[in-house]
Structure formats: C-alpha cells, structure tokens
Ligand binder design. Structure first.
Ligand SMILES: Cc1cc2nc3c(=O)[nH]c(=O)nc-3n(C[C@H](O)[C@H](O)[C@H](O)COP(=O)(O)OP(=O)(O)OC[C@H]3O[C@@H](n4cnc5c(N)ncnc54)[C@H](O)[C@@H]3O)c2cc1C
Ligand code: FES
Length: 284
C-alpha cells in the first residue's frame, strides 16, 4: 500500500452521471489484485475533508514519451456522480494533481480453474468485476450478469465482451436487455450451471438476494461490499459489519476496508447485514 501524490491522465463522462478517470499510478501492476480499491483525495480544495473509496476498474500502461523515460503505468476508475466529492472529481482535468492511497483491502479469491464462474454486477458494482474477469478468463469459462435500473447503468459491456466473457444484460425498466432484476437471470443460470461459483458486487438489496439464491443452491459465493469509509485502513471502525457467529456476548466485527471489501459469504452474518454502515455525516 502506498500514499502518493499523482496526476490525472484523463477524465471523461462515459454515460449520463458516470465518468471514467485514468490516473498515473506507478507500481500498481505488481501491487494490486482484482477487487481491491483506492482512496482518492482531491488536492486543490479542503472539502471534502475525507478521501473517497473507489474500486479499480483496470490497470494499463502507456509507452514512455521519449527514450530513457519509464512507461506510464495507470489505473482507471469509473465513478457515478452522487454527492459533493464526486461532483468535484467530475470537474478535474488532465494534469490535475490528486492524492491516492492504495491498493487497499482484500480482493477476490480466484478459486478452482475448472469451475464455471458467474459474475453478478449491479450498476457501479460492475467496476471491480472487470479486473476479476481479466484474470478468470485465463483459466475458466466466465459469464457476467449485468443489472441496472436503466440502460445508463450498464457500463463497459463491449470491454467485457472483448475479454471473451459471455454477457447477459437486464434492466428494471426494460430499456436494455431483459426487463427485470439481475437476480432472476442468476436463478436461471444456476439451474443450468449448478456447479458454478458466483462473484457479486452491487447495491445491498441485490447482494442480499444473490446470497439467498446461492445459499439455496449451495453455490460458493464471494461478495464485494460497499460501506461508508473514512480512513480505508482499519483505523476508524466506521465501516464495520457483523461477522458470522456474532452475538452480544461474543461480538465478531469485520472492517469492510481491511478484512474486505470482498468476503466469502460464510464469513458474514446475513441476518444483520443491512443498515450496518455507520454514517459519519458530520465529518465529510
Ligand atoms: C470499497 C468501495 C468501492 C467503491 N467503488 C466505487 C466505484 O468503483 N465507483 C463508484 O462510483 N462508487 C464506488 N464506491 C462508492 C463511492 O465511494 C461513493 O459513491 C463516494 O464516496 C460518494 O462520495 P460523494 O462525496 O460524491 O457523495 P457523498 O456526499 O459522500 O454521498 C452521497 C450519497 O451517496 C451515499 N454513499 C456515499 N458513499 C457510499 C458508499 N461507500 N456506499 C454506499 N453509499 C454511499 C451517501 O449515503 C449519500 O446518500 C465504492 C465504495 C466502496 C466502499
Ligand atoms: S474505513 Fe476506517 S476502519 Fe474501515
């Protein structure tokens, strides 16, 4: 993990309300694994005070500008503009300076290469699944179920397809792909591929539904959780969730930032998972 000042290489809107930012990030090829995240801090203004967490979409490299210079290693993040921090990020340009802390957290375990892999991504939850898909296609058959409210929430379909991933799109309003919830598609796929393992990232109601389906089918599941995060390194305890076997007498807390954000389903207490993130609204 490193904290460093770096620069933005590009920052563009890719769909209404969604932007893709490329950031110079030397060393990430060696350091980062699928499912890890970074904490991003805008340097030119004090507010927002806290860094903001974002999944790493992909890692790439541009050739050096001239002989003797190193290649430019970069990461890409894709973010949805939802509040003060992402509004400021949207205004940033090539060459602007930012502060990057990462790569952070525990990512996905790649599992048995012989197993079929089903990835389930809801909206911005598709972001950490790209690096995962890049790795998994090297050894396994990978299917990606992409879900969103509307067509704008379905990002990077072509890029996933270029990797050789079979993609299935569903939207709640039917504006792209099948009309309905991504979990309906999951249910059908698990009937067809009962020996698959599942990797999911998205909003909590989707994750919860995925867990119920996987538990009923005895399907191995890993989930990437989102929680409000202040420090990103296990110091503030703002992101704790209750682990399996938690009780008042024997509390078992897990930090989403340090022990996750990716957990095996059996590590978590699913009866108490919703509404656990502490909202530190006063210190943003
Ligand atoms: C490990 C991790 C990876 C993430 N990866 C991505 C990503 O790849 N792309 C992306 O767009 N977003 C991602 N997020 C969510 C992102 O961090 C928040 O959207 C961002 O911090 C919002 O900052 P803001 O100042 O614009 O909004 P704020 O003003 O802080 O909040 C605006 C609204 O968004 C809600 N919100 C803020 N943070 C979160 C959160 N962490 N989880 C759920 N709701 C939140 C708030 O409750 C509020 O309703 C990730 C979060 C985590 C924990
Ligand atoms: S964000 Fe501070 S402990 Fe996780």
């Amino acid at each position: 993990m490193k904290n460093y000042k770096t620069i933005i290489l590009s920052n563009q809107e890719i769909a209404p309300g969604y932007c893709r930012m490329r950031i110079l990030a030397p060393g990430y090829h060696k350091m980062a694994s699928p499912g890890q995240f970074i904490m991003f801090r805008v340097q030119r203004s004090l507010p927002p005070l806290l860094r903001r967490p974002f999944g790493i979409f992909r890692i790439g490299c541009l050739p050096a500008d001239c002989d003797g210079m190193p290649d430019k290693e970069y990461i890409e993040i894709i973010y949805k503009v939802v509040g003060s921090g992402t509004e400021i990020m949207q205004e940033l340009h090539e060459g602007d300076r930012i502060e990057l802390l990462g790569p952070l957290g525990r990512g996905f375990e790649l599992g048995d290469p012989d197993e079929e892999k089903i990835l389930v991504g809801g909206g911005i939850g598709l972001v950490p699944l790209f690096m995962l898909a890049e790795k998994l296609v090297e050894t396994s058959r990978v299917r990606l179920l992409m879900g969103g409210r509307s067509r704008e929430d379905i990002i990077a379909v072509t890029e996933f397809e270029r990797l050789g991933v079979e993609t299935y799109v569903s939207t709640e309003d039917g504006s792209l792909g099948e009309e309905g919830l991504v979990t309906q598609v999951l249910q059908r796929k698990l009937e067809k591929y009962p020996r698959a393992s599942v990797f999911a990232c998205g909003p909590m109601p989707m994750i919860d539904a995925v867990q119920k389906i996987c538990a009923a089918n005895k399907t191995p599941l890993q989930v990437s959780l989102e929680a409000l995060m202040a420090c990103g390194v296990g110091a503030c305890l703002g992101c704790v969730v209750k682990g399996a076997g938690h009780s008042d007498a024997e509390p078992r807390y897990l930090c989403t930032c340090k022990h996750g954000p990716v957990f095996r389903a059996e590590q978590l207490d699913w009866n108490r998972l919703e509404n656990q993130a502490a909202d530190c609204g006063g210190c943003k």
